[in-house]
Design a protein around this ligand. Structure first.
Ligand code: GDP
Ligand code: MG
Length: 161
């Protein structure tokens, strides 16, 4: 193995998630370049930055994706989440509104019983460890679909009402 081969062993795509202006781009700027923009107006035009890190002598490359200020347009249509193995969910401690992100872990395709690789117990355990709601759903046979959305909406309603 050359050094470069080793370097390619670990490449993790991480996405930054959170409301506009919570500081996503500046967190990345600080982490990747040790820079800070006091008056940044979402004009730090990077799609992602790759940062090398060392764990136990192994080199890990984190490819960190930022929305470059186009949160509204990227949404679900883009490649933003494709291949992501991690996420930083960011809120602004000076704006409570940005803190109220209710998250549910959804194990979809529960109809594929023969092909199951992740047990319900595993899903439940991960959700519990992370403090997330959890539900297994099937968009194909409708199971728990309404319940999943209602869980999130009801929780938000409870927080805000
Ligand atoms: P983004 O829209 O989530 O990418 O947010 P930005 O990174 O563009 O930051 C929005 C505003 O918050 C900018 O004016 C930043 O200078 C400011 N900001 C970001 N991080 C911090 C921080 O840790 N502390 C303070 N005080 N301001 C910050
Ligand atoms: Mg930004």
């Amino acid at each position: 193995y050359s050094e470069e081969d080793n370097a390619d062993d670990y490449l993790f795509k991480i996405v930054l998630i959170g409301d506009s202006a919570v500081g996503k781009s500046n967190l990345l700027a600080r982490f990747a370049r040790d820079e800070f923009y006091p008056n940044s107006k979402s004009t730090i035009g990077v799609e992602f930055q790759t940062q090398k890190m060392d764990f136990d002598g192994k080199e890990v490359k984190a490819q960190i994706w930022d929305t470059a200020g186009q949160e509204r347009f990227r949404a679900v249509t883009s490649a933003y989440y494709r291949g992501a193995v991690g996420a930083l969910v960011v809120y602004d401690i000076s704006r409570r509104q940005t803190f109220n992100v209710v998250t549910i872990l959804v194990g979809n395709k529960s109809d594929l019983k023969e092909a199951r690789e992740v047990t319900t117990a595993e899903g439940k355990a991960l959700a519990e460890a992370q403090g997330l709601f959890f539900m297994e759903t099937s968009a194909l046979d409708s199971s728990n679909v309404t319940a999943a959305f209602e869980t999130v909406v009801k929780e938000i309603y409870n927080i805000l009402s």
